[in-house]
Write a protein that binds this ligand. Structure first.
Ligand SMILES: Nc1ncnc2c1ncn2[C@@H]1O[C@H](COP(=O)(O)OP(=O)(O)OP(=O)(O)O)[C@@H](O)[C@H]1O
Ligand SMILES: [Mg+2]
Length: 288
């Protein structure tokens, strides 16, 4: 199956939010990275068919997503950024409710809900009200509902926002485990969410897809731009004003800096291997 974005554009008033995005997606996990306001949610809502593009289109194997109607909804699992959880529902009631919206047969819905709640580690609290859940539990429930219709396309909009590291890792493992034979789009501005599980990274800046490729391929773009140098602690302010500092580590009277710069920032600077976080900083840093 192929999901293709064809000159996909969204404009509000005179502002272009998503700008002629042209891209094809196949099975695998795509990490969509971009800063606040980059247009991730707008792009995702058009892909899910809940927002009409101003121009361009989304196609599944050459068919327009909006023309496909129910056939398209049947293949989509979507966890919106601002997912409403119905605090007075229990986990089980919530799953059955979403299942009925998705048109699942009640008997199958019951079975599938139970199975999914178990898989996301909520089998012990199926009859507890959602208002008693932690942020991580709510997000796992949100994830479980996306899988009710066994979607071929799974879209998660910042699913790990606000989660602690343990829940974050747990969530990441769930995504990895359930992504087989699916097209998964995971939007985030937390690099570590996608660094190790995404097959491809997409970087969205001001509505444009500025970079795409595997983690190795995209980070290689800044191969000679990440530096380590050791300076006196009184030099740090000067360096911070001049360069993008990815890290500062003070020890004794000196500071070890991780710097992202097109040019060698200091006499004693030597190159480091770039990480995805370095690339993110390179793409979104105003200093550069
Ligand atoms: N309905 C709307 N009308 C006007 N402008 C909008 C509308 N929806 C979004 N925008 C604008 O589009 C831009 C992109 O918003 P979007 O929510 O897609 O970004 P995002 O990358 O998801 O950001 P975040 O990381 O904060 O979730 C923002 O400047 C926002 O104000
Ligand atoms: Mg968003």
């Amino acid at each position: 199956m192929e999901l293709s974005l064809e000159r996909l554009t969204k404009q509000y008033d005179n502002k272009i939010i998503v700008d002629r995005i042209e891209f094809k997606l196949n099975e695998g996990i795509y990490g969509l990275l971009g800063e606040n306001g980059a247009g991730k949610t707008t792009l995702i809502r058009m892909i899910c068919g809940v927002l009409s593009p101003t121009s361009g289109e989304v196609k599944v194997d050459d068919k327009n997503n909006l023309d496909m109607g129910e056939d398209f909804r049947d293949m989509i699992g979507y966890l919106p950024q601002d997912f409403g959880y119905y605090p007075d529902f229990t986990a089980k009631e919530f799953m059955l409710y979403i299942a009925s919206l998705k048109g699942l047969i009640p008997r199958y819905a019951k079975e599938k809900s139970q199975e999914l709640l178990e898989m996301v580690g909520l089998s012990g609290v199926v009859n507890k009200k959602i208002r008693t859940f932690s942020g991580g539990m709510k997000q796992r429930l949100g994830f479980a509902q996306t899988l009710l219709n066994d979607p071929k396309i799974l879209i998660l909009d910042e699913p790990t926002a606000g989660l602690d590291p343990k829940e974050r890792v747990r969530f990441r493992n769930l995504i990895s485990e359930f992504s087989k034979e699916k097209i998964v789009i995971l939007s985030t501005h937390i690099v570590s969410d996608v660094e190790h599980i995404a097959d491809k990274i997409l970087i969205l800046k001001k509505g444009n897809l500025i970079l795409e490729g595997s983690v190795e391929a995209v980070t290689s773009k800044i191969e000679d731009k990440v530096w380590k140098c050791v300076v006196n602690k009184n030099e740090v302010d000067y360096m911070a004003g001049k360069y993008c500092l990815a890290n500062i580590h003070h020890s004794g009277g000196v500071a070890t800096l991780r710097i992202i710069s097109d040019t060698k920032p200091h006499d004693n600077a030597c190159n480091l291997r770039p990480t995805l976080e370095d690339l993110y900083l390179y793409c979104f840093n105003e200093v550069l």
